[in-house]
Write a protein that binds this ligand. Structure first.
Ligand code: MG
Length: 388
């Protein structure tokens, strides 16, 4: 029996992780945490019977406590709750499926407690990769990618001897669907509405990630994630737009061979792979039919219409605290866009403006990363709303 704790169990990745647990009777949820969906959490507790659950606010936790008073489950709240769940003695793997930089501290705590990490929280590596990766190595824990692209790269590296694997990678080919606005010009994206940006052609995801894929900022974050996960320099990570989302990413080796992973776009596949690694398990459902597909197409990303991707490379090159600014400015700008406070194209502009203003802190400690996050959010809010 593999015991699993899930941060963000009521979100898109969280609920699909629970689907995988339903399909694999030897995977057991021992702890669940969510932000505010009390009703959903109650259902999950009744079905999966974890020993511990946590809600972000005290109010939601109190509500949940009353609802599940008939069950033997401990209800925690806030960051303390997340940290306790991350380090829970009985769990072996922590699934980090929460969105935002809120995921960093629990991830570090889990690694320190020797838990393997099934990583779905991008912000963790983007902002604190320089802390996370050496710590994971020191503690001997595995960082198992859940993101479809990184899982594809991870799977494409299978079979290469670990010791010199990095030196055998010539290039990482990180695929991107291009989002709902692929092929559009900047002018065509002016005056775009929130609903338009929330319509993704291939993947069903949470709201923030959907906006991030439409701006290619999601891909920018994934470039930085790939750099940390696979120890590959930026100039060897190439974003390839592939609208069908069938080839989920590839590794080009020093002999010119390209090894890729293909499959239908279904997040449950990378989730199951991460939770069962190194074993590959059966999974029912649709299959890629090459005859039906006929062809797969690939194009270069349009950096003019989607400046968010170029900014990611600049942030990663600057290093230190700059990726935190990139990420936090985007997080705040997307929130403002979803609340209809700014037009769509302003998202990338605000990221650029915040980066321009920031003085890089080299090798930032966790506290400094969190301070930079706060500064960035305040700066972006001030630019837009005129006040802090
Ligand atoms: Mg992805």
């Amino acid at each position: 029996m593999k015991k699993i704790a899930i941060l963000g169990s009521t979100g898109s990745i969280g609920t699909q992780t629970l689907d995988i647990l339903r399909m694999n009777s030897d995977l057991q949820a021992v702890a669940l945490a969510a932000c505010s969906s009390v009703e959903k959490m109650e259902e999950q507790i009744r079905e999966f019977r974890p020993a511990v659950a946590a809600m972000w606010t005290e109010e939601a936790a109190a509500d949940l406590r009353a609802r599940v008073a008939d069950l033997d489950v401990r209800i925690l709240c806030g960051m303390e709750g997340l940290l306790e769940i991350a380090q829970l003695p009985e769990s072996q793997v922590l699934v980090t499926a929460i969105v935002g930089m809120i995921g960093i501290r629990p991830t570090i705590a889990a690694i320190q407690a020797g838990k393997d990490i099934a990583l779905a929280n991008k912000e963790t590596l983007v902002t604190a990769g320089h802390i996370i990766m050496p710590l994971a190595k020191e503690m001997g824990v595995a960082i198992l990618p859940v993101d479809s692209e990184h899982s594809a790269i991870f799977q494409s590296l299978n079979g290469e001897p670990k010791e010199d694997r990095e030196s055998k990678i010539e290039k990482i080919l990180l695929t991107a669907s291009g989002g709902p606005f692929r092929g559009k010009t900047k002018e065509e994206l002016e005056g775009l509405r929130v609903e338009d940006a929330l319509r993704h052609p291939n993947w069903v995801m949470g709201r923030k990630v959907t906006i991030d894929s439409s701006t290619l900022v999601n891909k920018g974050l994934e470039v930085m994630e790939a750099k940390w996960l696979f120890g590959v320099e930026l100039d060897r990570i190439q974003v390839v737009v592939h609208p069908q989302s069938i080839l989920h990413s590839a590794v080009q080796y020093v002999d010119g061979s390209i090894v890729a992973q293909l499959g239908i776009p279904d997040m449950r596949l990378p989730i199951q792979y991460a939770l069962c690694y190194p074993h590959r398990r059966p999974m029912a459902g649709r299959r890629v039919d090459l005859f039906e597909l006929g062809s797969l197409t690939f194009e270069r990303p349009d950096l003019d219409t989607f400046p968010g991707l170029g900014l990611a490379y600049r942030a990663a090159e600057a290093g230190g605290s700059m990726p935190t600014v990139y990420n936090a400015a985007n997080e705040k700008a997307v929130e403002l866009f979803l609340n209809e406070k700014i037009p769509y194209l302003r998202i990338a502009e605000l990221i650029g403006e915040a980066m321009e203003r920031h003085q890089v802190v080299k090798d930032p400690a966790l506290e400094e990363i969190l301070e930079v996050e706060t500064w960035t959010c305040e700066y972006v809010a001030e630019r837009v709303l005129g006040c802090r």
